[in-house]
Design a protein around this ligand. Structure first.
Ligand code: ATP
Ligand code: MG
Ligand code: FE
Length: 339
């Protein structure tokens, strides 16, 4: 079974060919980070324009690297949401055009379902499964009792983890996207040198990062006013410790409560070394739970993850029609939730 995956929800134009749901034949990602950097974030209009310019080239490259023709492709899986509507539409329309021209079935995929299914590219999924989703726009704990079934048991009430990373990085004058820079600085800092709060929100699996973000900004401003110097390394280390501690504790607690067989990490912040190490340390001690963490290239946005999810949904009989639309607010519990 050969699936062509397509992803244009934000600022990467990505196309991938995946065989049998886990074998990556090609995985092309054209990143636009350089174009957005000077604005300190993704500019939607610029993103759409880049997708239009890149999509055909990226599709051709993915086919040629995989050495596959349209005749060999069983289905096209495309991110239909959530994301930037103008960006989503480029991928959705390219996918529809190929589907129509070559008579290939079309499958719409939820972007976060894709991030979760990135784990299928490295390991078999076993249910019940708990996914810790940490990305630029999402922070949630998702319970899966079977393929295609997603139950959000906790989510952020304000900023996403990646968003908090990027905003803190901005305060420290680090380039966009700031996550990887904070991650690197954190390894050189002393977390105990700066005290930052932890948002536990007792009794739920919800998260909150805006208080922590504000605490970092206030710490920096207060120090500036007093003429004190705080090492950015220490601030980064303390911030990262606060984020990681809360994420890991809630994940362990939920894994125990729901008696899951597997925990998977998903989304761009899954590339974070501090988070990866802390999760590995914790779950090494829990023999009944298998922990899976994708390699860095499959954590940030890519189309192999969309093809991996699309393979399962296609096998389950899901088909999208040619009136498929980009949906910036697509809900994961309804979409791809195949009862
Ligand atoms: P969503 O998936 O919610 O729609 P997105 O697709 O924009 O959002 P991703 O591409 O999954 O987000 O992740 C990008 C985010 O990951 C950015 O906020 C970036 O700073 C963060 N990130 C990447 N690497 C690291 C790292 N090593 N440590 C912390 N954060 C990181
Ligand atoms: Mg991105
Ligand atoms: Fe993403």
């Amino acid at each position: 079974l050969i699936i062509l995956g397509m992803e244009t929800s934000c600022d990467e134009t990505a196309v991938s060919i995946v065989r049998n749901g886990s074998e990556i034949l090609s995985n092309i990602v054209a990143s636009q980070i350089e174009s957005h950097k000077r604005f300190g974030g993704v500019v939607p209009e610029i993103a759409s324009r880049h997708h239009v310019e890149q999509i055909t080239l990226v599709i051709e490259e993915a086919l040629s690297q995989a050495d596959v023709t349209y005749e060999e492709i069983d289905a096209i899986a495309v991110t239909e949401g959530p994301g930037l509507v103008g960006a989503l539409l480029i991928g959705v329309n390219a996918a529809k055009a190929i589907s129509f021209a070559h008579d290939i079935p079309l499958v719409g995929v939820h972007h976060i379902a894709g991030h979760i299914y990135a784990n299928q590219l490295v390991d078999n999924l076993e249910f019940p499964l708990l996914a810790l989703v940490v990305s630029g726009g999402h922070t949630e704990l998702v319970l899966m009792r079977e393929h295609g079934h997603f139950e959000v048991i906790g989510e952020t009430r304000d900023d996403a983890a990646g968003e908090a990373y990027d905003k803190v990085a901005r305060t420290l004058n680090l380039p966009y996207p700031g996550g990887p820079h904070i991650d690197r600085l954190a390894t050189e800092g002393n977390a105990a040198a700066v005290k930052l709060p932890r948002a536990w929100i007792e009794g739920t699996y919800d998260f909150s990062f805006s208080g922590l973000k504000s605490a970092v900004i206030n710490t920096v401003h207060n120090a500036e006013q007093r003429g004190e110097v705080i090492r950015p390394e220490d601030l980064a280390a303390s911030f990262q410790e606060s984020v990681v501690e809360v994420l890991v504790s809630k994940t362990v607690e939920a894994a125990e409560q729901y008696q899951v067989k597997q925990v998977v990490l998903a989304g761009g912040v899954a590339a974070n070394k501090g988070l990866r190490t802390a999760l590995m340390d914790k779950f090494k001690k829990m023999n009944s739970v298998k922990l899976t963490i994708p390699p860095l290239a499959l954590c940030t946005d890519n189309a192999a993850m969309i093809a991996a999810a699309g393979t399962i949904f296609f096998e389950k009989g899901q088909r999208s029609r040619l009136d498929l639309n980009g949906n910036p607010g697509l809900d994961i519990t309804i979409h791809n939730g195949m009862e």
